[in-house]
Design a protein around this ligand. Structure first.
Ligand SMILES: [Cu+2]
Length: 192
């Protein structure tokens, strides 16, 4: 209710109510604006056990015991903890004649893997991923259904209990040697 003199029922003059509301809105917008855009992204969290080289951290590596004597697949997680994009340009392994990146999801997102993904990785549908750019703060996860390192031309049998040395070459960080344990065909892989 407004009286003819321009005051509300509780006596607060109408001409004050509007400015007070406007100021409150302004403060809200100012505080919001202050706290959202310039906020630096939180540093990515990597396990203390990660292998580090420069701004690159690699962890969770494992090789699945192969069903075939010719090829095996390795999985791992790579995080760029720095402020510049780095690129994984090649891989090699101490257990095979060649090693190649296959089907790596360079967007970094890891959708749920189909349950038969590892078997599918023995199929002909795989495509090589020549370069994997990793943006600042980005994590690239190689896991069944979301990329792997294909080890082809195995030098000898790969059995659980062994480890496989993987060399990952990054344009900025250089070579990173990762020791990947071999896990049994039915064993549960590291969770990531
Ligand atoms: Cu493959």
């Amino acid at each position: 209710m407004t009286s003819p003199t321009g005051t509300t029922r509780r006596g607060l003059p109408m001409r004050l109510v509007v400015p007070v509301f406007a100021i409150a809105l302004g403060i809200f917008a100012f505080v919001k604006g202050f706290d959202s855009p310039p906020k630096p992204a939180a540093a990515p969290v990597v396990p203390a056990s990660a292998t580090r080289a420069g701004d690159i951290a690699v962890y969770g590596a494992y090789v699945r015991e192969p069903a075939s004597p010719q090829t095996a697949a390795a999985y791992l997680v790579i995080t760029n903890v720095g402020s510049k994009t780095d690129t994984l340009s090649s891989v090699s392994s101490g257990a095979s004649a060649t090693a190649m990146l296959h089907d790596v999801n360079t967007s970094g997102s890891t959708t749920a893997a189909p349950s038969n993904a590892e078997q599918a990785e023995g199929a002909e549908t795989m495509t090589a991923t020549p370069n994997v750019p990793i943006k600042p703060g980005q994590t690239i996860t190689l896991k069944p259904g979301a990329g792997h390192i294909m080890l082809e031309g195995l030098i000898g049998p790969i059995v659980p209990g062994q480890t496989v040395n993987l060399l990952l070459n990054f344009n900025r960080a250089g070579g990173v040697v990762v020791v990947a344990p071999v896990i049994a065909i039915g064993a549960t892989p590291p969770k990531y």
